[in-house]
Ligand binder design. Structure first.
Ligand SMILES: [Zn+2]
Length: 414
């Protein structure tokens, strides 16, 4: 057994700091949260003076595999092998964990199942990284937001299947693809329901699947016991996805009042990446993003923030998700300050990335909480993040499953 004794413990459920409080950890899980005076003698103690300890953060929208920072559109994916894509994913996984994110819902890779390989390497402790829920591949219509567009027509016809694994249309074909994706190790389904900002030639406002197609995907996934996340910017695509019964709408940039009401009424989760538009505007020209991408990013960024504020007011369920991968993984927590700028209190923003995120992914009680029996996934930050949520951008201490990452990469095992 091990005791963690920080200056304060932040219980996200209560949204308040507790002094004179210790967390007892045993076999990788939280045994109890106790007063410091009742810490048993002769057990190992990790003292974290000046730090606030809270549950490890959960990012519900990441892309750990691959590198889109090049900014030259997805056609550049043919210049890198699957091995290169997953190895850069190893770097991203480490950065994500050390930034305080002990769980991610990784919502897609263009190299099918590279994310599953990364998850298995993390679980086998070959490499360090967060717990991962993996999408395996994008379900997208041919030429849609999850396809590789912009290739020469003769090259386009000879792409390896792993670069187009989930591309298809029609309810029957999509059902078969869901089953093929899940049988290869994915633990969620990601469907591209509208065009995308970063996929050239696609329109974020335009729906790309019919409601019937989306319903077939959700039915097949539900029968297998997994959730569906729908990438959807435009209002019509959002409404079709909500009516089809998806678990979450990703982005939600161009929603209208009817879409907001539908999200609120059905309890469909919204995962809105509020920060990355600023990153693309600032860094995009240097990174070589073309005019189409910069324009689409601009058209979706402020609109998304306005829609998000309305969603907060309407009581839409919100889970934290950044689209890390579009911007550096180590900076994922930059989004917290944007959430508080657009309607959430710091406590609510932290709940979106802990208890609420855990509920959305179906891991409630397991992660994102200090409850007894939960995984001992914990982070420490200097100061009080309820006063300044941007403190979460510089996490000082990380523990995953009872194993602390030391300052020089060494570990202390509980
Ligand atoms: Zn994304």
């Amino acid at each position: 057994m091990l005791a963690i004794v920080p200056k304060h413990v932040l219980d996200p459920d209560a949204g308040e700091l507790r002094a004179d409080t210790a967390i007892l950890v045993e076999v990788g899980r939280i045994k109890s949260v106790v007063s410091t005076s009742s810490v048993p003698a002769d057990i190992a103690i990790i003292e974290l003076p000046g730090q606030t300890v809270l549950p490890g953060l959960i990012d519900c929208h990441t892309h750990l595999v691959g590198d889109v920072e090049g900014g030259r559109g997805y056609a550049s994916l043919v210049t890198r092998s699957g091995a290169q894509e997953v190895l850069v994913g190893v770097k991203h996984a480490s950065e994500m964990l050390r930034a305080g994110f002990t769980t991610v819902r990784d919502v897609g890779t263009f190299r099918a199942f590279a994310d599953v390989a990364l998850r298995e390497a993390i679980n086998a402790k070959w490499v360090e990284g967060p717990r991962m829920i993996c999408a395996g591949a994008y379900l997208s219509r041919p030429g849609g937001g999850g396809d590789i567009t912009g290739l020469a027509i003769d090259v386009d016809q000879i792409l390896p299947r792993e670069l187009r694994f989930g591309i298809g249309a029609g309810p029957d074909r999509l059902r078969a693809l869901v089953s093929e994706i899940l049988s290869r190790g994915a633990t969620m389904i990601k469907v591209i329901a509208t065009g995308a900002v970063l996929t050239s030639g696609t329109n974020p406002g335009a729906p790309e699947f019919t409601e019937e197609e989306l319903r077939a995907i959700v039915e097949e996934a539900t029968a297998a016991g997994v959730f569906v996340a729908a990438h959807a910017h435009g209002a019509e695509g959002i409404k079709r996805a909500v009516r089809a019964g998806v678990r979450s709408v990703e982005h939600g940039s161009l929603m209208d009042d009817e879409a907001i009401a539908m999200l609120a009424d059905t309890g469909t989760w919204l995962v809105a990446d509020l920060y990355d538009g600023d990153y693309i505007a600032e860094e995009g020209p240097r990174l070589g993003y073309d005019e189409e991408t910069l324009r689409k990013s601009q058209e979706t960024t402020e609109a998304q923030r306005q829609g998000f504020e309305k969603c907060v007011a309407a009581g839409v369920r919100l889970a934290f998700g950044t689209d890390a991968g579009v911007y550096p993984h180590k900076d994922a927590a930059r989004q917290f300050a944007y959430l508080t700028r657009h309607g959430l209190s710091p406590a609510e923003a932290i709940r979106a990335a802990t208890v609420h995120a855990a509920e959305m992914i179906g891991w409630q009680g397991e992660v994102g909480t200090l409850a007894q029996g939960a995984r001992a996934d914990l982070i420490g930050v200097k100061g009080n993040p309820l006063e300044d949520v941007s403190l979460l951008e510089s996490v000082a201490w990380v523990m995953k499953g009872g194993v602390a990452l030391g300052p020089e990469g060494g570990t202390i095992t509980a």
